[in-house]
Design a protein around this ligand. Structure first.
Ligand code: RIB
Ligand code: CA
Length: 326
């Protein structure tokens, strides 16, 4: 057994999220899979206003029987000029495809700390142990770095769902080159990618390959003491959107792919190199990795830490995880 992190050791995780239907599926993995020790959930704006995503996060943690802190975070991006409309057309006005009313009541009060403070407190209490999994705008992570820069050296790993690097023809989903979580707060994303902590970026290049089709979603029904049925019902709205737009006969497992990376790392192919975010002009929100490793000087990537970008995935391995939790 690996003395530092034996394969059987549970993985301590803080989940930063904007639930969000695919966020709810990711949270099911983090809450129900025995390999995870889910420590807390922190929320942000994104798929819906932060009040809505926070209500959803509290109801989902109750649905998954997790007695853990939930803290509300950013209501908007670092820069006011970046404010955009939310994604009600994708996730519904309640953020969960109309199913928020079916969530159980929260089992504990909302944590009084803002999300970024909870993140810093937990990371400082367990230096070197905690993985941050962030699947909404990265504003809370940027605020946490600003509040306590030392956490960059204490976090075990950062895994984010976001970005698009043009592989297999996958461009952006809110512009031809920009993905939603990045476009929601491009400054925060650039700060997260250039901070001195290890980031693995799970972008559309792999999440749009991890398609949960009708049959995969059907297998949720009748399982998980009601959780599977609520999730299945919530995905109806989400699937209608993707069927109309992309005709995929299912949904993209965007956020679940980020959680899956921790469970089946061998299903993902990674590429190393510093990553920057375009902050002006027509390509604002584009994520660009310099993997050439030419050690050029004076480029926008010079002097920034090399991060990991997912460039390929064995999607079946990701989707199979849901049969391990329900
Ligand atoms: O672009 C997909 C991402 O934006 C996912 O995290 C989805 O939940 C939305 O937040
Ligand atoms: Ca999300």
């Amino acid at each position: 057994m690996d003395s530092t992190n034996p394969a059987s050791a549970r993985i301590p995780v803080i989940f930063d999220t904007d639930p969000g239907i695919d966020d709810a599926l990711a949270l099911a993995l983090l809450a129900r899979h025995p390999r995870f020790e889910l420590l807390a959930v922190t929320t942000a704006f994104g798929n819906a206003p932060v009040e809505t995503t926070t209500r959803n996060a509290r109801g989902l943690t109750a649905l998954y029987r997790q007695d853990i802190p939930v803290a509300a975070g950013a209501a908007g991006p670092l820069l006011d000029k970046r404010r955009r409309k939310d994604a009600a057309h994708v996730h519904g006005d309640d953020g969960l495809g109309g199913m928020a009313a079916g969530l159980p009541a929260p089992t504990r009060p909302l944590d009084p700390r803002p999300a970024h403070r909870l993140i810093c407190d937990l990371v400082n209490a367990r230096p070197g142990e905690i993985t941050l999994v962030a699947v909404g705008p990265f504003t809370n992570l940027a605020l946490a770095l600003a509040h306590d820069p030392s956490i960059a050296g204490k976090v075990r790993r950062v895994i984010v769902m976001g970005g698009a690097f043009g592989l297999k023809g996958h461009g952006g989903n809110v512009t031809p080159v920009a993905e939603a979580n990045i476009m929601a707060d491009p400054e925060a994303a650039d700060q997260v990618f250039t901070a001195p902590w290890p980031v693995t970026i799970v972008g559309l290049d792999v999440t749009q390959e991890a398609i949960m089709r009708e049959a995969d979603l059907d297998r949720l029904r009748g399982r998980g003491e009601g959780a599977g049925d609520l999730l299945w019902q919530a995905t109806r709205h989400y699937q209608q959107f993707y069927d109309a737009r992309d005709g995929i006969g299912g949904i993209y497992a965007h956020d679940a792919s980020a959680a899956a990376l921790l469970l089946v790392p061998e299903a993902f192919t990674l590429r190393a190199g510093p990553v920057r975010v375009v902050l002006e002009g027509i390509a604002t929100g584009q994520t660009i990795q310099d993997w050439r490793n030419e050690h050029g000087t004076g480029t926008p990537w010079s002097g920034h830490p090399s991060q990991q970008v997912c460039v390929a995935v064995d999607a079946a391995r990701v989707l199979a995880l849901f049969d391990e939790i329900f």
